[in-house]
Design a binder for this molecule. Structure first.
Ligand SMILES: Cc1cc2nc3c(=O)[nH]c(=O)nc-3n(C[C@H](O)[C@H](O)[C@H](O)COP(=O)(O)OP(=O)(O)OC[C@H]3O[C@@H](n4cnc5c(N)ncnc54)[C@H](O)[C@@H]3O)c2cc1C
Length: 511
């Protein structure tokens, strides 16, 4: 008779604490294989990048140690999931697979369906447990907030003391950081992954950064110092949202008990953002097609799916001739992170000024963001590109943003050294320099740095016209209502925002 076994499949939950699949598996007396798959085909998709893999690799190294501490061995495989299951089935009596529910892109969705079908066919239990605040088979948005809060208030799932090991050696593949799938000729920095690092960041955020968080969240100069930088840890699950809430609660309690002052507004803003996180991912869970289709179907086709290659390249490489936009893009390319407002501005510039379809700009950004999380990413891209039909259209003015967030041009000069001698009076709009001034400041436009590739005012005027045309569609309003019913935020969430924006009557805001 074949020996019984079961699998705990790690995906975007690279931890052993607050990990229900692992805990449930440990409660049975069945030998268990904890496994992570490097699925080559996934890494060939247009959203995947070396940045993501580097972070995951660090996290797997921590996870390996954690799993050792519960007397087991993490199996790392360079394999398709079904191939491995076939192999296991051949040698063992596979009883169950334990995993978290995954809300990711179409690729993983399809793969999970294949695994479900394989399990049904082979009489194997596929036990999937909820992830964070995402509710599978949600019965309408009205219920979401209550269900999510209920889940977040539950206790943390304890780390098992031991995971029964399989009495048979299955060899791990060597998954190195460097992989021939990724280019070698880049010179970037990579955010460190791993649970240990995630816990350090959370601690630092609460104890050192919180007081300055809100006033530095928007601009690019200091946001990397004062934002938590926890996003990739949440994306790859080295920390769970629930355990962060628990830490916030403990922190509050400790401060209040000891009569210590803490920044309540900052803490509340941070907590709201964790809730937004779930809110956005829930949209993708409820409607997986938003990865590829506009939430409001009237906007489908408004922008051509394939844009001008030169325009896309200028935006992607930071050579648009708009210093602040270029500085943000180059900084993002180097660091793999930029703050929310600058992500929104980069998207707005691509979508309104350059009229690039959000699917094209979205893949570029997905590869650059270490924290690429499909649910947040595609929802935000659609919002910032004006194709949801339920959100205020926000068109960012790159010059206004530049003056507001980088008055003296320090950030610009750091990332666009071509402009390093240009004085602050011209740094936001170098095209206002005459030839004599350009010569004096060693920056000839069109030679050292490009002239603007677009006229911002004219581009915005054209964008507004095109959007107004779409809004005249016969069923526009009823479609918007449907989108709201499916995805709209119900509760007036008490959020603390750094900057107030006024809504205009036609729901279009120029910022
Ligand atoms: C076009 C666009 C694409 C984006 N794509 C992603 C993405 O792929 N992955 C991602 O994690 N975030 C994305 N964001 C949201 C946001 O910019 C990042 O979550 C944030 O900058 C991460 O930095 P932090 O961890 O220091 O955030 P903090 O300010 O410290 O916030 C704490 C956590 O709250 C969550 N959060 C913060 N802001 C938001 C928000 N606006 N919406 C949803 N959750 C939020 C994140 O999980 C974050 O780690 C995107 C925003 C835009 C405009």
């Amino acid at each position: 008779m074949k020996q019984e076994c079961q699998i705990v499949w790690f995906k975007k939950d690279l931890r052993i604490n607050d990990h229900r699949p692992l805990l449930e598996a440990s409660k049975t007396n069945i030998p268990t294989i904890p496994v992570y798959f490097f699925e080559t085909d996934y890494w060939k998709q247009p959203f995947a990048s070396k940045r993501h893999w580097y972070f995951i690799h660090d996290s797997l190294m921590d996870l390996k140690k954690e799993i050792k501490s519960i007397k087991s061995e993490l199996l790392l495989l360079n394999s398709d999931v079904i191939n491995f299951l076939e192999l296991i089935k051949h040698k063992f009596e596979l009883i169950s697979i334990y995993s978290h529910e995954e809300t990711s892109n179409h690729w993983t969705y399809k793969r999970d369906i294949n695994v479900t079908n394989w399990c049904t066919k082979n009489n194997v239990n596929f036990l999937q447990f909820p992830t964070n605040g995402i509710i599978r088979k949600l019965n309408g948005r009205n219920e979401w907030s209550r269900l999510r809060n209920e889940r977040m208030s539950k206790n943390i799932f304890q780390t098992p003391k031991i995971l029964k090991k399989l009495n048979h050696d299955i060899k791990s593949d060597i998954l190195t950081k460097e992989n021939s799938l990724f280019s070698k000729d880049d010179n970037f920095i990579f955010q460190k992954g791993g649970r240990k690092e995630g816990l350090i960041l959370l601690d630092k955020f609460l104890n050192d950064k919180l007081d300055n968080y809100l006033q530095n969240i928007s601009g690019p100069n200091n946001s990397d110092k004062y934002c938590s930088r926890l996003s990739p840890h949440l994306t790859y699950g080295t920390l769970s949202v629930k355990e962060i809430y628990k830490k916030l609660k403990d922190f509050k309690y400790k401060c209040e008990k000891q009569g210590l002052k803490y920044n309540k507004r900052g803490l509340s803003a941070f907590s709201s953002r964790l809730s937004w996180r779930c809110h956005f991912i829930q949209k993708l869970e409820d409607q997986p097609s938003i990865e590829n289709k506009c939430m409001h179907s009237s906007y489908e086709g408004m922008r051509e799916k394939k844009s001008n290659t030169d325009t896309l390249k200028a935006w992607e490489t930071g050579f648009t001739g708009f210093p602040f936009v270029d500085a943000c893009m180059r900084s993002l390319t180097y660091n793999g992170w930029i703050t929310f407002r600058m992500r929104a501005m980069l998207t707005s510039f691509a979508s309104y000024d350059l009229w690039i379809d959000w699917r094209e700009s979205g893949y570029v950004l997905a590869r650059l963001f270490t924290d690429y999380e499909p649910g947040i990413h595609y929802s935000q891209l659609q919002m910032q590109s004006g194709v949801t039909g339920i959100n205020t259209l926000r068109i960012y003015n790159p010059i206004k943003q530049s003056i507001e967030h980088d008055k003296e041009g320090e950030f610009i000069k750091k990332w666009v050294p071509e402009l390093k001698n240009v004085p602050s009076m011209f740094i936001h709009e170098p095209w206002k320099m005459n030839l004599e001034e350009q010569t004096k400041y060693s920056c000839i436009l069109g030679k050292h740095y490009p002239l603007p590739i677009v006229d911002h005012k004219e581009a915005v005027r054209m964008a507004r016209d095109k959007i107004s045309k779409v809004r005249k569609d016969d069923n526009y309003k009823s479609k918007s209502k449907n989108v709201y019913n499916k995805h709209g935020s119900r509760k007036k969430v008490k959020t603390v925002r750094p900057v107030r924006t006024k809504k205009t009557t036609d729901q279009l805001v120029l910022i």
